[in-house]
Design a protein around this ligand. Structure first.
Ligand code: ZN
Length: 250
């Protein structure tokens, strides 16, 4: 039997046995939906210096310039559809094998795939927030024909995502920590989890005795530190095969 098949069987066994499975997802899961990773070659940050475009101070100082970049980002994100990996995780939730997804992504693709319990670490592009009054407004109610878009109060709107220089939403952070503490299996998918505080979640889970299943195209820092089982490959390929195994009777 091929090595990956054996590892997939093993992963399915671990998931079946677990009381609580939690997933931590990152940019890698959305690459197959056509959203380039921000970091790395061909990432958006190759083209735009994040300190110049994704820092909250930059948005305050040059809202129009930053919004031109954001419009480009919105065009990409709003054209994207969930891929097989997002759909597989939603299926796992329906089957009772996925308690929560902690995501670093702001693309809303987990929800579009049907996942109900999604903790968004970095906020959501699906909402806007006013820099002046703090009001949150659904994206579809905001006209992006004129930039920067403005709130009724006159303040500048920003996507309700975490910019550099801004804290992680505390509610999401606390929920993520709780899920990490109490899961038996954590699946780390499409992320090398190098950025705090996402990087803490696999370690919290591991310290509390959870097994860590990693799904990544390459080995990462996690592979040599906390990972129990690496399923090497694209998540759009790996996760449907895992779901097949979970669906099969034992
Ligand atoms: Zn306002």
């Amino acid at each position: 039997m091929r090595d990956l098949d054996r590892l997939l069987d093993e992963a399915a066994r671990m998931i079946r046995k677990a009381r609580s499975v939690v997933a931590l997802t990152g940019a890698g899961i959305s690459v197959e939906s056509g959203i380039p990773a921000f970091r790395g070659t061909q990432g958006l940050w190759e083209k735009y210096d994040p300190m110049e475009f994704a820092h909250i101070d930059a948005l305050r100082a040059h809202p129009e310039r930053v919004w031109r970049m954001l419009l480009e980002l919105y065009t990409v994100v709003e054209a994207a559809r969930p891929n097989a990996a997002h759909i597989s995780l939603a299926q796992m939730e329906k089957m009772g094998h996925m308690r929560a997804i902690i995501t670093q992504n702001i693309d809303h693709l987990h929800q579009e795939a049907g996942s109900q319990n999604v903790i968004e670490f970095h906020g959501s592009g699906h909402r806007m927030a006013c820099l002046s009054c703090g009001q949150k407004i659904p994206r579809h109610q905001v006209d992006l024909g004129q930039i920067p878009p403005r709130c009724l109060c006159g303040g500048i709107l920003k996507p309700d995502v975490v910019f550099f220089g801004e804290p992680i939403p505390w509610r999401a952070l606390i929920q993520a920590q709780e899920e990490s503490k109490h899961c038996n299996v954590m699946m780390v998918i499409g992320t090398s989890a190098v950025v705090a505080p996402a990087c803490d979640m696999p370690r919290i889970a591991k310290e509390k005795g959870a097994r860590i299943i990693e799904v990544n195209t390459e080995e990462t820092q996690l592979t040599v530190s906390v990972t129990d089982l690496l399923l090497k490959g694209s998540s759009g390929e790996i996760l449907p095969r895992l779901v097949e195994r979970l669906q099969a009777t034992r």
